[in-house]
Design a protein around this ligand. Structure first.
Ligand code: 3PG
Ligand code: MG
Length: 401
């Protein structure tokens, strides 16, 4: 992978850069701008080098339709504030507005194309369709820089195909993310503790499979824990449950035991009768042991005994990777478990990595400083797929495949 600093004199060159500005929004207010901040080193470097910077990014999943609710306008405004310069947002992706916006750039100025996912071909499974769109992107620039780490696991036109059409390089963010994740896969200092949370167990099975080989302890919380509790034979009330995966989870529990690895599950659980996520509210929270979840209640956070159990394992770790909240962290009465895990990571002397947009947003919104952790990854799916040992198309293409 070539680095953006190996691209030579960039003055006056049009540099097309893929960023991941898929930030959480409340209306048009950005609730966590971590992904925009993470792009600043490369963007500032390009700007100071006198390049004409053209940013490509996506927001949400507009599925090939132009939809103002998914406009990159909030990201363009926020980037402008952070970098201290105008960010000229085009009215379209590769149309007349994009071309005029790029043509009008002076050296060191910044343009942003509209949400690349307004274009149906961006995410097409048909190579030729993506390639045709990628050629239009490439027509706007002289060089391509890949710095949207959160999206390098996607084989999409602005991530993958365009890199084949222009001289390319990795930005500083992609380089840093890869360096950290490489360390976690190749030579993690032991004990290596992995904390997994979040709602969907199905998304995490492949990574569990791989992590059982390298990690010493696997801690499982969040919505995905209930499928594991069910696999232990517990009733889980109305908690999230992936009935089809119960057997797979039971298999992992056996496999771990046979291999002398530890899988820690919640020993107690904060349960509620009603959870209204869209309105960020829940009924009264009670704590029960994990084998005593009432039939009409759902687990929505780990309990206090579990917080101590997990924190103890994290305190003794030399390496910790964490992906996914322990409970419904957006609701204050259900944020305690996530906060406890964040605190344990912040306090351990081991090397800590927080992976994923949701976990990163959760720790920042709970008031933790970025430098309380060894590394906060901007990629959720991307970092998990890296740890699964998968080939990430957006990285492979930079290595010339
Ligand atoms: C993310 O938020 O995980 C990345 O931006 C990728 O988005 P996607 O899952 O919609 O492809
Ligand atoms: Mg995501």
């Amino acid at each position: 992978m070539k680095s953006v600093s190996d691209l030579g004199d960039l003055r006056g060159k049009r540099v097309l850069i893929r960023c991941d500005f898929n930030v959480p929004l409340d209306g048009d207010t950005i609730t966590d701008d971590g992904r925009i901040r993470a792009a600043l080193p490369t963007l500032t470097f390009l700007k100071d080098a006198g390049a004409k910077v053209v940013i490509m990014a996506h927001l949400g999943r507009p599925k090939g339709q132009v939809n103002p609710a998914y406009s990159l306008a909030p990201a363009a405004t926020r980037l402008g504030e952070l970098i201290g310069a105008d960010v000229h947002l085009a009215g379209d992706v590769v149309g007349e507005s994009a071309q005029a916006t790029v043509a009008a750039l002076a050296d060191g100025e910044i343009a942003m194309l509209e949400n690349v996912r307004y274009e149906p071909a961006e995410e097409s499974k048909v190579d030729a369709e993506r390639e045709e769109l990628a050629a239009k992107y490439a027509g706007l620039a002289d060089v391509f820089v890949s710095d949207g780490f959160g999206v390098v696991h996607r084989k999409q036109a602005s991530v993958y195909d365009v890199a084949k059409l222009l001289p390319n390089a990795a930005g500083f963010l992609v380089a840093k993310e890869v360096e950290v994740l490489k360390k976690l896969t190749e030579s993690p200092a032991s004990p290596y503790v992995v904390v997994l949370g979040g709602a969907k167990v199905a998304d995490k099975l492949a990574v569990i499979d791989n992590l059982l080989k390298v990690a010493d302890t696997l801690i499982i919380g969040g919505g995905m824990a209930y499928t594991f509790l069910k696999a232990k034979g517990y009733e889980v009330g109305t908690s999230l449950l992936d009935a089809e995966k119960v057997e797979t989870c039971a298999g992992y529990l056996e496999q771990a035991q046979a291999a002398g690895k530890q899988i820690l599950l919640p020993v107690d659980t904060r349960v509620v009768e009603v959870l209204d996520f869209p309105n960020r509210s829940a009924s009264e929270v009670t704590v029960v042991d994990s084998d005593r979840i009432p039939a009409d209640q759902q687990g929505a956070d780990i309990g206090p005994k579990t917080e101590s159990l997990f924190a103890g394992a994290i305190a003794g770790a030399a390496t910790v990777f964490w992906n996914g909240p322990m409970g419904v962290a957006e609701i204050p009465s259900l944020a305690s478990g996530t906060e406890a895990v964040a605190k344990a990571l912040a306090e351990t002397s081991g090397f800590t990595v927080v992976g994923g947009g949701d976990s990163a947003a959760a720790v920042r919104n709970l008031g933790f400083a970025d430098d309380a952790f060894g590394h906060i990854s901007t990629g959720g799916g991307a970092s998990l797929e890296y740890l699964e040992g998968k080939v990430l198309p957006g990285l492979a293409v930079l290595e010339g495949e």
